[in-house]
Write a protein that binds this ligand. Structure first.
Ligand code: NAP
Length: 265
């Protein structure tokens, strides 16, 4: 039997185990997927332990995505993003990958949103914003990063080649934008939006990285404005699909994984 795991702290709420186990079952694979919760600071040790135990693959989540870079051979993309969310043990050394980037690209593809030459606004400058901005830049969009702490936006924009702004720039940026991504945690704990409602319009595709709740204030405002709305479960789904396909060299059963994910949200 192949054993896969997600390493995080806390990990109990992770939706990766049900999503991947549904895929294994659908394809008749003899595999299990479990959650592992090392102490904060022990992420790299967890990768070494997983290799010793013969695990087939790992996902890595908060707070270990950056620390794990030192325990694996990261590919170019993981190096550029500065974070690993998928480890592959099939080679002579564990390799580190970042499937969040392709996850964002496949999400927009699924909704037929063209990213080449699109004018994109990303709200936030943390981990989700970093993967999203690499995804949109690499797909040929011009990227504006608006963040509460301007210096964090400056650093991210300098790293990936976008333009940095404060949140006060949103009303001026959005009328000319095709794509908007909320990559902040705003909307998770309270029914509030990081984006002024009046700046939204019908020519926007709006992705909210927040997936709990699925229906955020931002997405409801965007829907009312006639925009294309994309919830955060799509991004979560496609990073998992990318990881699954890397580990198994096969095609993931996307609709089964999507149903397993949405069942639990
Ligand atoms: P993070 O690294 O901690 O970054 C948090 C970001 O939110 C920062 O830009 C921060 O701004 C901003 N922020 C926090 N509170 C704010 C507030 N009250 N007003 C304005 N901005 C605020 O977190 P992360 O890992 O990027 O995660 C961000 C969100 O994305 C979370 O909801 C997470 O669940 C979600 N996420 C979803 C997926 C998915 O697959 N759907 C994947 C990863 C993350 P400052 O720089 O000013 O602090």
């Amino acid at each position: 039997m192949d054993v896969y795991a997600v390493v995080g702290n806390p990990v109990g709420h992770s939706l990766s185990p049900p999503m991947h186990e549904a895929a294994f079952e659908e394809l008749g694979l003899d595999a299990r997927y479990v959650g592992l919760e090392p102490a904060p600071g022990d992420g790299a040790a967890a990768v070494e332990a997983a290799e010793t135990l013969g695990l087939a693959g790992l996902n890595v989540t908060i707070p270990f995505k950056e620390a794990v870079l030192d325990a694996v051979e990261p590919d170019d993309l993981a190096r550029r993003v500065g974070a690993v969310n998928t480890v592959d043990f099939s080679g002579p050394v564990p390799t580190g990958h970042n499937t969040d980037v392709a996850g964002v690209q496949r999400t927009f593809e699924r909704f037929d949103v063209a990213l080449r030459d699109a004018n994109a606004v990303i709200v936030g400058a943390g981990g989700a914003a970093r993967a999203t901005s690499v995804a949109l830049c690499d797909a040929g969009a011009s990227v504006h990063i608006a963040n509460r702490t301007r210096s964090h936006a400056d650093r991210l924009a300098a790293d990936i080649g976008g333009e940095a702004h404060g949140l006060d720039a949103l009303p001026a940026l959005l009328p000319g934008a095709d794509v908007l991504v909320n990559a902040t945690s705003v909307g998770m704990d309270e029914d509030v939006s990081p984006v002024p409602e009046r700046a939204l319009h019908g020519d926007l595709a709006v992705l909210d990285a927040v997936y709990s709740p699925l229906s955020t204030r931002l997405l409801r405002d965007a829907e009312a404005a006639g925009a294309t709305v994309i919830d955060g479960a799509w991004m979560l789904l496609y990073q998992g699909v990318e990881a699954f396909e890397r580990w198994t060299d096969g095609t993931a059963p996307v609709s089964v994984m999507n149903a397993a994910l949405r069942d639990r949200l």
